[in-house]
Design a protein around this ligand. Structure first.
Ligand code: FRU
Length: 333
């Protein structure tokens, strides 16, 4: 990250002057307020102001609030950047319309974290065809009509979760898999990766006894887990595609008095969410899923400077377990 004295001044100002975005469908944030480095002053100084439209699929989960905050904080260091946030409130049709609105508003760059691949592919391609750069974050669209994709490798995280499940269970055990939305690419990849990693065919004693799509949402996960518990006398491990899902499963098991019978593995590892659950003995493990928000602003600045950028930026992960959590987890190689 580029840091200069002016940037540091602006960060300090913004840290005092800005609040996290609300869950309102649209919010406008300037990279600084009425400071000496406001966008209009930047423009007056000859620097061009760039408007970045950010289409977020929902702000109902802490991880997405964190992504917007990461974008906001990174942009705050650059007075030439102005952000326009839209929240699709977990509705793909609303997100389509919001992308069209951002296009009509002539943003200089589109950032998007799409709810689902198929319905968002066409509107994203339309923006790209108008020669507006598009950075896709975390969940992919179909095809190649975007400038850069930034996100962690979900297949790999799923595979590591599968290997961990095998390590925790040995060659025998009943597994419940609570899937993220299977029309979104992280759900598909965390599922296929897990199946690769756990190698059911090679270990006939390991079985997935229940699987359900909980669409990334804790209340759904809790409800699905109630069904899993009712249908299975013994469950040894729950693999949920995100930490809210793992937490929902834990609450269902606790209500049934069965939480000590099984292990719980999730993904995201936000400090105040998954990592906290591991510290509190609720989850056995979670994998970090970085938001890519800061990297997106870095790439946007490169694009505005006319520099080439990679087509795909793959972010790393970390594993947090009860054993390593106090040390900050460990890198997954
Ligand atoms: C938030 C979330 C995260 C998950 C990501 C996958 O909406 O469900 O918990 O890791 O989306 O795209």
């Amino acid at each position: 990250m580029r840091v200069n004295v002016l940037g540091l001044f602006t960060v300090a100002f913004v840290a005092l002057g800005c609040r996290a975005k609300s869950s309102a469908p649209e919010a406008v944030a300037r990279s600084s307020g009425a400071s000496a480095t406001s966008p209009s002053d930047a423009a007056a100084n000859g620097a061009r102001t760039y408007v970045i439209g950010m289409s977020q699929c929902n702000l109902g989960e802490p991880w997405r609030v964190q992504m917007n905050a990461d974008i906001q904080n990174a942009a705050a260091k650059h007075p030439t950047l102005k952000l326009v946030f839209k929240d699709a409130q977990n509705d793909s049709l609303r997100q389509r319309a919001q992308v069209e609105e951002l296009l009509a508003e002539h943003v200089d760059l589109l950032l998007i974290s799409p709810k689902e691949a198929a319905p968002l592919t066409k509107p994203v391609a339309e923006v790209f065809r108008q020669k507006i750069p598009v950075i896709v974050l975390d969940r992919a669209v179909d095809g190649e009509e975007f400038t850069t994709f930034i996100g962690a490798d979900n297949r790999r995280i799923g595979r590591e979760a599968g290997k961990l499940a095998h390590k925790l269970l040995g060659d025998k055990g009943n597994i419940v898999e609570l899937e993220g939305l299977m029309t979104s690419t992280p759900g598909q990849d965390r599922h296929s990766g897990f199946r690769d990693g756990v190698e059911l065919a090679a270990h006939p004693g390991l079985k997935v006894v229940f699987e359900a799509d909980m669409a990334w949402l804790e209340p759904n996960a809790r409800r699905e887990m109630e069904s899993a518990l009712a249908a299975n006398k013994k469950i040894d491990l729950v693999y949920a595609h995100n930490d809210p899902g793992a937490h929902g499963a834990y609450l269902a098991a606790k209500t049934a008095g069965r939480e000590h019978e099984m292990k719980f593995v999730g993904i995201d590892a936000l400090p105040q969410e998954g990592v906290r659950y591991v510290k509190d003995g609720v989850l056995d493990a979670t994998f970090a899923y970085p938001t890519g928000g800061a990297e997106a602003i870095d790439v946007a600045l490169e694009l505005f400077a006319g520099k080439p950028v990679p087509r795909r930026i793959t972010l790393g992960t970390r594993l947090f377990t009860r054993e390593n959590v106090e040390r900050g987890g460990e890198a997954v190689n």
